[in-house]
Design a protein around this ligand. Structure first.
Ligand code: ASP
Length: 286
């Protein structure tokens, strides 16, 4: 099997992005793509590749995840992330954690070292610390202050490895001004993140409440499994459910044959992929 990776850095109206800004966003996407694909090319697991790509995007202050996370209504940061292994349907997530540098790594620790799927708030932080996850002072996240515009967006990656295994990971700061305690779709398995070797791997970005209500990521998988729809049609149909209830956003998805879909209903979505044939796409607008 030829490895494949697709990732996103959030969807939205893309207001105020200058041509220079667009270049920097694309460079960030390229770095994440390279980090994930290098592992896949070396025969590595899709789980490692999606984690590596998301870590790269979490560390980049341009994107609303990890370092660049948005501020809550009470001017703090509450981060959500999840990871899922399509081979075993194992999954892990953290919700509303404040000082974890790379929430996707905490999500992976939940998956690998706990009997649970989703840990929230203080309990998640205590667990992460116990498992050697790196913390950062709150000043680390304040890099986002340089970007005055209200933040939304999310980062995520999906991959198919040479063994035929699918994986997905998603990480976000939510959106500027969200209520303390609000949890979005990203850390919720089946909403913003899903992977099943029998169908596909999905990572979403957009109005989290809408993604939760339509169980977006699982909807893509279910359409393939139950209705026999090809990936592109399943992804478009699932996203249409989000549109129907007034939600905006998009998703990246890859199936077990290495097909890629990256639909969005907003003006743009930061996205990138390397397909079966090795062709690379890095794009923002339609
Ligand atoms: N889906 C994210 C959330 O609701 C935000 C986004 O992707 O724009 O937390």
């Amino acid at each position: 099997v030829k490895p494949v990776i697709a990732l996103h850095g959030g969807a939205g109206a893309m207001r105020g992005i200058t041509p220079q800004g667009a270049k920097r966003y694309k460079a960030g996407l390229e770095r994440a793509l390279a980090a994930g694909y290098a592992l896949l090319e070396a025969g590595g697991a899709s789980l490692d590749a999606v984690a590596a790509a998301v870590v790269e995007l979490e560390d980049d202050p341009l994107f609303n995840a990890g370092r660049g996370a948005a501020y809550t209504a009470d001017a703090r940061h509450e981060l959500d992330a999840a990871i899922m292994d399509g081979a075993t349907l194992r999954a892990g997530g953290v919700a509303a954690v404040s000082r974890i540098r790379n929430p996707v790594l905490a999500a992976r620790a939940v998956m690998e070292h706990s009997p649970h799927v989703l840990l929230a708030g203080r309990g998640a932080e205590v667990f992460a610390r116990k498992h050697g996850i790196v913390f950062a002072p709150s000043s680390y996240f304040h890099a986002a202050k340089r970007f005055a515009a209200p933040r939304k967006g999310t980062v995520g990656a999906v991959a198919l490895d040479a063994q035929g295994n699918l994986a997905a990971a998603t990480s976000t700061g939510g959106h500027t001004g969200k209520l303390p305690g609000r949890v979005g779709d990203s850390p919720i398995v089946g909403a913003g993140t899903y992977a099943d070797n029998a169908t596909c791997a999905v990572s979403g970005t957009g109005l989290g409440e809408a993604f939760i209500r339509v169980a977006l990521a699982h909807e893509v998988s279910a359409r393939m499994r139950l209705a026999g729809e090809p990936l592109a049609r399943a992804a478009a149909a699932a996203l249409a459910q989000v549109s129907r209830i007034g939600g905006d956003g998009g998703l990246v998805a890859v199936d077990r044959r290495g097909n890629i879909a990256m639909p969005f209903n907003s003006r743009g979505m930061f996205r990138a992929c390397i397909g079966r044939g090795g062709a690379r796409v890095v794009a923002i607008y339609r």
